[in-house]
Structures are given as C-alpha cells and as structure tokens.
Design a protein around this ligand. Structure first.
Ligand code: GLN
Length: 489
C-alpha cells in the first residue's frame, strides 16, 4: 500500500478500519524516508526507537476513532524544543543542546497521540528564506532538487512535500511557513498572533513569532490548528479559543467578499507568471459567487524596513542568552570572561545571525532609536490599521504568497537589501498579527505557486472555508514530485 501520498484524513480511516497499524505506518514512513532523504536532506535528527515504541503503545491501547490525529506521524521544526534528543535551531550554538522539557505544542500533539518522527532543518534561528543559513545541512526542494525549499521552515516543507510525513510544524515570524508552502505545493498557515502558544519555541522575534501547521490538504491543516491552538499559562500572549476550525469547510462561498490588496499585484515586485496564476485563481473564486473588490494598503511597502528594524531588535535581545555559560556552545580555553563571550558568540553564530544581532543593536541604540525602532513601531501601527480598515470591507484579503517560484540553490544574493525585499508580501501580516494561509494554486514552469488568504484576527475558519472551496475543484494536493528514491513505490 502506498502510504506516503496519503493525507491525515486518509491515514486515520485506514487506522480506524484496522487496515493499518500505527507501527506499520511509522515503519513504512521511516523506510520511505530512508529511500528519499538523501536527495532531500530534510531531517536533522530522528529518534526511531522512541517513535516505534510510541506507535506500539498506541496500537496496544487502540486507535481513538474520534481523534483524527491519533497515531499520525509528524515532523517538528528544530527550533521547537522536544525533550529526549536534540534541538539545534540549525545553529552550531545549539548543536549539542538537549531540552529538558517539551514545547507546549509538542505536549499537545503527543497528548493527541501523534508520533514525532524527527526534527527538521531550518535557516539558523529561523533567520532567512531559503534554509541555506542552516549551519548543519542543505535541504532541497522536492519538486526540483536544484532549488531551495524556501525558508525558514524549509525542512518542514520538504518533509511533507516529498511525502515523508503528512504534516509538520513550522514557524512564521515574517513568512517562514507561507513562503516555503508556496514553493513546495503545501497548505501552510500562520495563525493569528496569540492563537498558538510559543512556549518552547526558541525565540527569534517574540512579538511576531507564531507556530503553525504545514499540510497537503486544507482539512488536515484545520484539524492540526484545532489541536495546537488555545490558552497556555506559560505564554501570556496566548488566547483561549473555543473554535472548531473545520466548521466552515464545505460551505460555499457565495456572497463572500474577497479584497485584492492592490499593492500585492505590482509586477515590479511579483513575477508575472505568479501574478497570472493568482489572478486566474481569483477569477475562479468569483465564478463560485464571491464578490471581488479592490483595496489599497499604501504603507505595505514600508513593511520590510519596519520588520527588519523590529525583528532584528527583538532577536538581538532574545539571543543574548547564548553566552557560553548557561548552555549551548562555549569557546575552548577562554582567557577571561570577555574572551569567553566574544569567542563563543563569534564562533557559535553564523553570518546571517551575527548580521542581525548587529542590526538589532543599531535599531535599539539610543542615538538611532527614534529613526529606527521607534519609527518602525509607528509604521507597524499604521500597517495594522490599514489591514483592519481593509478587512472591514471584506471577509478576506488575497495576494500572492511569494514574489517568485523557488529560486535556485546557491543563487548568490549579492544585494542583501534585495533579498530582504522578497519578504514584502508576508512580513506585513506578521506586523499586523493577522492569520494568513498559503494555498497551492498551480504550477509555473513546473514549479509550485501559492496564493495567500489573509483574515481577521482569529478568523482562520473563514480562510479554511475559502481555501477548501478552491481546493475541491483542483486536486492540486494529489500531485507529487517524482523522486528517484520513491520510484519503486
Ligand atoms: N525571511 C524572513 C526573515 O528572514 C522571515 C523569517 C521567518 O519568518 N522566520 O526574517
């Protein structure tokens, strides 16, 4: 039986009907991983013994037919802590770090009977958009192994897109779930800020970070959000939510108002082949009875500078804890305390991380604060207000998820500002704290393209409703990349 193409829903049915045991599923997943992982490089670590013994426990107690996640394998981005085994954040700094506790999201998924197959690659400390800043390994895009899977949740994306797992957890501070989802034909959700606990997430920029699911189908994604969301006393920004996020899936979208954010359709910033597909998808939604309007977000273009002033400031503060003393990498034979700090941080962090710590220090520096962090905070409020005004006129906003298809590996980013600029479609959403979902809508030159639905705070259910209405007619989720190792299946 071919299992690697199956969704959570399909696997659940096989488990409930006793056509498959959890042990068989986990073993088959590892066998498949063994056949394709060399081509992809998604996993940083795996604890096969723990996963198989967990699977055995679940088989022995029996599958819960009412719990769609029971016995389902999952991969976790390696900046989310798991006890037993390592959590590296893809940094030399944490290469040998072992957490003594599980992140809240991990606890929740374990309580639901999910089986963690391993931890997956990312840009170092989630800083980047290609997974190439990982200090540990490269991850390839399953659709074209000459290309990046996107980032920073590139391992999470590649693991699901290649069929190694039906679902993974990613994190999105400025687009790191939506952009890789777009590059790899997946459904990726950045939840509303506060919907999912951040406890146990290695912080990058705490006012922007959110953990979210990456799946092949819309329904699977909503099932995951049901499990992940809710109040956690250990994260003061988390919110109590009694929502069934699947409840609107299947409802038609007649009369629903969809707003095009004009600035997101600018051919100067987005490749024409991407725009063509998004515009075609919008037409289809219109044919299904949605009303399409246009709105303007004039400050969207300031999203990137504001984001980089705020995110680097928060990162410089969050990363202070890596001092070589409490945990993580520490330099050998320091001459004195200053030497220990200096060498630990110089040797332990990669270039992109160091660059951001320096930028963040500048953003918060008393001499520049008014021009940088202070100014960015004001822009953030303006952007948030513009989104909120737009969402008063419409149920959702739509635009492309990414400015292009997946770029080539090692495409030299000569100009760092231009590289940061490619985040223009995603970072404003984080600044506003809104939920956004990237949905696969087609292929340009054989590479996947995604479209982004941005909703009102805590209105993920509506995003799923619209996305599912499109998905129903497309079968995009059934398309799989041809992998050499997967050929005999
Ligand atoms: N690409 C963005 C950055 O480099 C977003 C990263 C993220 O969302 N973790 O900061």
């Amino acid at each position: 039986m071919t299992l690697h193409t199956k969704s959570i829903e399909e696997l659940h049915e096989l488990l409930v009907n006793e056509e498959l045991t959890v042990q068989e599923l986990v073993q088959a997943s590892y066998d498949y991983i063994d056949s394709v992982e060399e081509e992809i490089g998604a996993f940083i670590s795996m604890d096969r013994e723990a996963a198989l013994s967990r699977a055995k426990e679940i088989d022995e107690r029996g599958i819960d037919a009412d719990n769609p996640l029971d016995g389902i394998p999952v991969a976790i981005k390696d900046n989310i802590v798991t006890k037993n085994g390592s959590t590296t954040a893809a940094s030399k700094m944490l290469e040998n770090f072992e957490s003594v506790y599980d992140a809240t999201v991990v606890e929740k998924l374990k309580a639901k009977g999910m089986v963690i197959l391993g931890k997956v690659n990312l840009d170092e400390f989630a800083m980047g958009g290609t997974t190439e800043t990982s200090a540990l390994q490269a991850t390839k895009n399953p659709w074209d192994r000459q290309r990046v899977p996107g980032g920073s949740s590139g391992g999470s994306a590649a693991a699901v897109a290649s069929g190694m797992v039906p679902v993974s957890l990613g994190t999105d501070t400025g687009g790191s779930i939506r952009q890789p989802a777009s590059y790899t034909n997946l459904v990726g959700l950045k939840p509303t800020y506060g919907a999912v606990s951040r406890y146990g997430l290695i912080a990058f920029a705490s006012s922007l970070d959110q953990i979210g699911p990456m799946t092949r189908t819309v329904k699977d994604n909503a099932l995951m959000l049901n499990a992940l969301s809710g109040l956690d006393k250990k994260d003061g920004t988390s919110v109590d939510l009694e929502i069934d996020f699947t409840e609107k899936i299947g409802q038609d979208i007649k009369g629903m108002k969809i707003a095009l954010a004009k600035e997101m359709f600018d051919p100067v910033i987005v490749d024409q082949e991407v725009l063509d597909l998004v515009e075609k998808a919008v037409k289809e939604l219109e044919n299904k009875g949605a009303e399409i309007i246009e709105v303007s977000l004039p400050h969207l273009k300031y999203g990137v500078p504001a984001y980089y002033a705020i995110a680097t400031a928060e990162a410089s503060s969050n990363l202070q804890r890596f001092d070589g003393i409490r945990y993580g990498y520490h330099a050998e034979n320091p001459e004195n305390l200053e030497d220990l700090y200096l060498r630990t941080r110089s040797e332990g962090f990669g270039l992109e991380v160091k660059k951001r710590i320096v930028l963040g220090g500048l953003s918060l520096n008393a001499n520049y604060y008014d021009q940088l962090f202070g100014q960015a905070a004001k822009v953030r409020t303006i952007i948030r207000n513009e989104f909120e005004a737009a969402l008063e006129q419409a149920d959702v906003l739509v635009g492309p998820s990414a400015t292009s298809v997946a770029p080539k590996l090692n495409a030299k980013q000569e100009d760092p500002v231009a590289a940061y600029q490619t985040d223009i479609l995603t970072v404003p959403v984080n600044l506003a704290g809104l939920p956004a979902l990237s949905l696969p809508i087609g292929f340009a030159k054989d590479l996947p393209v995604g479209m982004q639905f941005i909703g009102k705070h805590f209105d993920e259910a509506t995003l799923y409703q619209i996305a599912a209405a499109f998905e129903r007619d497309h079968g995009q989720q059934h398309l799989f990349p041809a992998l050499e190792g997967g050929a005999e299946e």
